[in-house]
Design a protein around this ligand. Structure first.
Ligand code: NIG
Ligand code: FE
Length: 409
């Protein structure tokens, strides 16, 4: 099956050298190579070739799409979501407006524990159907690969239920889906006085089944004061490594928690959130393979201070952006909205922001050789925009969907 797109006003984030770039870091994040007035041919879901319209060879395609005035980009890679959940938490949203903090709500048994009660009460099929509908909704705003976490089960059955739902999404959704095991998201009520007991439950009972059944690609933990401390995270990541599960962890959202350093120590694929990042965190990330993933939607929705993206990029490091789609701290899986927040609040340029959700998003999932740039041999998971005047128009025209369609293959 050959699909040809012609008259593309700008083909964005192309890669034309033989070797594959792994990520864009520091000053390179401003580089977003573009081919104007271009065509692209895909063959069986893979990018076969592309070039300038002036050099279009004779091609007999099964389908030809005229993209006059429209741009083509690699589809967004959303590397951090909690898209499988049972119910919204709009009541807590109102509580926060009236003055309660996110942490206070959690201490009172709301927050993640609220979501866990609702999830454990829900039938697995219903959970799947709801989650599939959310997945289709985010695809309509350009998401072409996604990571989804467990972490609202907080008991063996509940965690397995979530991971089975994610596996069904993996099998049935048209886009790549990656799963992270996040039983260490909060201590369940019955373990509040026996934290050691819950860590043992995760390590000795949950992990062997999750890994044995191949239900997770990555290991996650919410490394934060009041949640899982550095020593607990250390133990959990060490145990996961024995099963070959690489960490992608929640770090430094609410405090300078040591989460970044413990992630780097365990060769984490990414450390995510990063509202609290100083010199020590930046030093630890330098020279590591760990991707800093910023979740500006959560800082926006919780009214917190934003992640210091400029400081991180100016230190020569890469930055990835993701949504954190979840019912508590970011009930939106809309990447274009994250691009707007990144540009206006984190002071990233549109080029940096687009790199952060394409090639660096792919790198945060270890998928950079398949996704994230327009390169011959990579998957043809592509965004076709509506007619727009520039790349900057996507974050500029916020609240509106400028994605005409997202194509997989
Ligand atoms: O990434 N911070 C921890 N976990 C999620 C929120 C979970 C929730 O509030 O339901 C996050 O923000
Ligand atoms: Fe999260």
């Amino acid at each position: 099956m050959h699909k040809l797109i012609i008259n593309i006003s700008s083909l964005c984030n192309i890669e034309t050298t033989d070797e594959c770039i792994d990520r864009r870091s520091g000053a390179e994040m401003s580089v977003l190579p573009v081919l104007d007035n271009a065509w692209l041919l895909s063959e069986n879901g893979i990018i076969h070739s592309f070039g300038k319209m002036a050099d279009l060879p004779e091609i007999h395609a099964d389908e030809t799409i005229d993209a006059t005035g429209k741009m083509v980009l690699p589809a967004w890679v959303d590397s951090h979501t909690h898209l499988v959940f049972a119910a919204p938490r709009d009541g807590e949203f109102t509580d926060r407006i009236k003055g309660l903090s996110y942490e206070e709500i959690a201490r009172r048994g709301g927050g993640i524990l609220n979501s866990a009660r609702r999830l454990n009460a829900m039938d697995e099929n219903e959970l799947y159907e709801q989650s599939l509908a959310r997945l289709h909704a985010v695809m309509a705003t350009g998401t072409g690969a996604i990571e989804i976490k467990s972490g609202y089960g907080l008991c063996l059955e509940g965690e397995l239920k979530m991971l089975r739902v994610i596996r069904r999404l993996k099998e049935n959704a048209p886009i790549p889906v990656m799963a992270s095991f996040l039983a260490a998201h909060a201590y369940p009520q019955e373990y509040k006085q026996n934290k050691e007991g819950y860590i043992n439950l995760i390590i000795n009972e949950m992990l062997p089944i999750v890994a044995g059944e191949g239900l997770a690609d990555f290991m996650d933990a919410f490394c934060e004061e009041g949640f899982f401390g550095v020593p607990e995270t250390d133990r959990l990541l060490e145990a996961a490594a024995k099963y070959g599960l690489r960490p992608k962890i929640h770090a430094n959202q609410l405090h300078y928690s040591g989460g970044v350093q413990v992630g780097v120590k365990h060769n984490a694929l990414s450390v995510d959130h990063l509202e609290c990042v100083g010199e020590a965190e930046i030093e630890s990330l330098k020279g590591s393979v760990t991707m800093p993933v910023l979740l500006p939607g959560a800082a926006f929705f919780l009214g917190m201070h934003y992640q210091p993206a400029r400081k991180i990029i100016d230190a020569g490091l890469p930055v990835c952006l993701a949504t954190d789609y979840n019912p508590g701290s970011c009930p939106s899986g809309n990447i274009p909205l994250m691009l707007t927040i990144a540009c206006t609040q984190l002071r990233m340029t549109p080029e940096e922001a687009v790199n952060a959700v394409t090639i660096n998003g792919a790198a945060a999932l270890g998928l950079q050789h398949d996704l994230g740039t327009i390169k011959v041999g990579k998957k043809a998971n592509l965004i076709l925009t509506k007619p727009i005047p520039s790349l900057a128009y996507i974050p500029y025209d916020y609240g509106n969907n400028n994605i005409e369609w997202m194509v997989v293959g």
